[in-house]
Design a protein around this ligand. Structure first.
Ligand code: ARG
Length: 448
């Protein structure tokens, strides 16, 4: 939470009744520093659409259980719609002393519709409320991240399709090793990103279990049809253990882990491009729109966008480690420590979305220096392996000097083209093999 300069006031007197949901038993209001320290409204407000959706479904479930009359249910559902309109319009009167988004919304509902609004909290707790809000949010975010990843794949596939026959050196140990085609290099990233998409899908599948109904920890004491509620909220099932429901942050962790791996992949792509843009390599040029100049070295063009794509993997890893560390050793069930999951979670969401927005147009804007690549592919004995392969094909197991097996066609075996064409088995860099991979990549991308 951002520190706000504020005068330190003495704790409120007993006369000042607490407005917290739990304020009844408390005679003294919170110390202002304690209130600032424990509040989460500064960051959990982004969950409002999901908090409202969860509350609407909960009101309907209460009515189905006979705990609200039809009129009370309608008043609450209409009231929540009015609160939603205020939140969407930016006119919602946030109150930091009301701790979190759940309390802010419930209190506002009561202001708008009166006492009946208080009945909405029947049989639930903020512990199962936050768990369900996070899963609903996650579902929306996963769909957005997967769409963003797909756009990255489409951009990579477009560049791969143009460069199926463009040789460049492939590297191991960052030493020129063997010729490859540029399309093969881009497709490597398409398949990495495909695994990333699959990881987010898996995370979404596990988040499809509904924690609402766990109440504080032991399960709701009211006869709510949780299966119907789960269906209403689009969950595949009801979580089978209330303690697990309120204390589980695995889906957040899986999201953060998938995000960290995605960040790692894209950092490698960014690193390749950054290296290729150096004068030493000269394989690629960034467009001015994705680079910046130096204030004192006019000859320079800095690949800032790629550098930051590479750099932001650091915070994606940090967010994962932060939440893992917070969760480690927590006794069952809910603990306030778990409130610390949100800022890292949201930061990874924002960071991933920022990366995914910039990578596709950056890729589309690259200019390849294909002549330089081609020349480099033929230099430094890059086809030495092909000479050895030639001798093996001729029936020789050891490379001998001045072997009689060296025929005129040896020259042909060690051209860059021949080297590429030879590698036509599945997954190889021969243009034909790469064309087959490209077709596969397109099918995978087209899949939902
Ligand atoms: N702000 C809390 C969180 O983010 C919501 C649950 C709070 N529950 C409680 N009993 N204090 O985890």
């Amino acid at each position: 939470m951002k520190a706000r300069p504020r005068k330190r006031a003495a704790p409120r007197s007993g006369a000042e009744k607490s407005e917290k949901l739990w304020g009844g038993r408390f005679t003294t209001g919170a110390d202002p520093a304690a209130e600032r320290f424990t509040g989460s409204i500064a960051f959990d407000r982004r969950l409002w659409p999901h908090d409202i959706a969860g509350s609407v479904a909960w009101a309907k479930a209460l009515a189905r259980a006979g705990l609200l009359s039809a009129a009370e249910r309608d008043a609450i559902v209409r009231g929540l719609a009015a609160v939603r309109d205020e939140l969407a319009a930016g006119t919602f009167p946030y109150r930091t002393e009301l701790e979190d988004i759940h309390t802010n919304i419930e209190r506002r509902l009561q202001e708008l519709i009166g006492e009946v609004g208080g009945k909405l909290h029947t049989g639930r707790s903020r512990n199962d409320q936050i768990a369900v809000d996070e899963r609903l949010y996650l579902r929306e975010i996963i769909a957005r991240i997967r769409a963003g990843l797909r756009r990255v794949q489409e951009a990579l596939v477009a560049r791969a399709a143009e460069t199926l026959e463009t040789p460049l050196p492939g590297y191991t140990h960052l030493q020129r090793a063997q010729p490859i085609v540029l399309g093969h290099h881009f497709l490597a990233y398409v398949f990495m990103v495909q695994r990333d998409r699959d990881r987010f899908t898996d995370c979404g599948a596990r988040a499809a279990s509904m924690p609402l109904g766990a109440a504080a920890l032991a399960g709701t004491a009211f006869p709510i049809d949780l299966e119907a509620l789960a269906k209403d909220l689009g969950f595949a099932a009801v979580s089978p253990n209330s303690l697990d429901s309120v204390s589980d942050r695995d889906t957040v962790l899986e999201f953060l882990a998938a995000g960290a791996i995605t960040g790692m992949h894209l950092s490698r792509l960014a690193a390749d491009l950054t290296l290729w843009a150096t004068a030493e390599f000269g394989f690629v040029e960034f467009s001015d729109a994705f680079a910046t100049g130096s204030s004192i070295m006019p000859q320079k063009k800095n690949p800032d966008v790629a550098e930051l794509v590479r750099g932001k993997s650091g915070r994606l890893y940090g967010n994962l480690v932060a939440v893992l560390t917070t969760m480690k050793g927590l006794p069952l069930a809910y603990n306030s420590d778990m409130q610390e999951d949100k800022e890292p979670f949201f930061d990874s969401v924002d960071t991933l979305e920022a990366i995914l927005a910039v990578v596709p147009p950056m890729l589309a804007s690259l200019t390849f220096r294909t002549e330089r690549m081609r020349r480099a592919a033929a230099e430094n004995f890059a086809t030495a392996t092909d000479l050895a392969d030639y001798l093996v094909r001729k029936g020789l197991l050891e490379l001998r000097r001045f072997s009689p097996l060296f025929d005129e066609d040896a020259k042909d075996a060690i051209t860059v083209d021949a080297s590429l064409r030879a590698r036509s088995a599945t997954g190889g860099t021969a243009p034909d093999a790469v064309r087959r991979s490209l077709a596969l990549a397109r099918t995978l991308i087209a899949r939902a």
